[in-house]
Design a protein around this ligand. Sequence first.
Ligand code: PMP
Length: 346
Amino acid sequence: MKKKVNAYNNVLELIGNTPLVKLNKVTEELEGAFYAKVEAFNPGHSSKDRIALHIIEEAEKRGVLSPGDTIIETTSGNTGFSLAMVSIIKGYSCILAVSSKSSKDKIDMLRSLGAKVYVCPAHVSADDKRSYYNVAKRLHEETKGSVYINQYFNQLNVDAHYKSTGPEIWKQTNGAITHLIACSGTGGTISGTAKYLKEQNPNIRILGVDAFGSVLKKYHETGEFDNDEIYPYRIEGLGKNLIPSATDFDIIDKFMKVTDEESAHAAREITRKEGLFVGYTSGAVLQAIKQYADEGEFDVNSVVIAIFPDHGSRYMSKVFSDDWMHEQGFFDSINQEEVQKIEMIK
Ligand code: PMP
């Protein structure tokens, strides 16, 4: 008799079911128990695997996509990586319009996965014809048999997290979760996960993380889109210069803004103290946890689930490069002894 081989049929079967990992050191001075949902355990190393697979499979079900067709998207990198990976297995071409703010590593990675990448200027407004939104739209119009994923304005982005991330967290915590804390970029992660969790227990607090330089927090609080809030910042994937329809502002209880500098140090702190090599926005989440704690958001009974969206290897030329940290002036405020220690290790 033939022996059964225990194996996955392809890499896509590994998407989702990421682990919760207890944070031990980085939150030890705070009241409450803190756990990270480590999305780097997805095969494409980020939460975006979930939406790439879900959106493409929904398009297939609706008969919109046939083999040989083209997937088009705008992306800070992670969604592109996931779409390129899914496209390989399912036999589609993949075209990506990315922001010039994305790291070279990320762009090289997308090209390694066979995607065609267009690099568009980061600091133009969303309605400028050179913006990555408009470049993607134009490519979609020009390419026959193409699907524009449009993650900022696609309800299926939210749906992917409603169907997977939310139920996973509810099950993993046996319903004990009291707070969800997550970055908001497209808003898909926080909105979809929160929708499922609030349906199980409406008392769960939903805490958003936004960047200085982004419009989300002010829009949430006042309903006003304020152009004066917008200025360039370093963190990729967090915050926005437009209002994405994939964000359900009503379901989010509160937003907290974090700085590039504090988030960068927090990402390094998670890595060094927890041994979890996670990306820049995971640092933003930890920084926000500290700020929310300062405001008295948590108590000893709190069970806080933080979503850590991606893997640290994507930021070797940024947050995890001491040279980059120096160039940004992010070491200026730490004491000279610390800087010397870093120099000596080098
Ligand atoms: N972190 C990173 C690194 C990301 O790429 C993104 C997606 N833009 C987010 C956080 C935010 O996730 P969402 O788009 O679901 O709000």
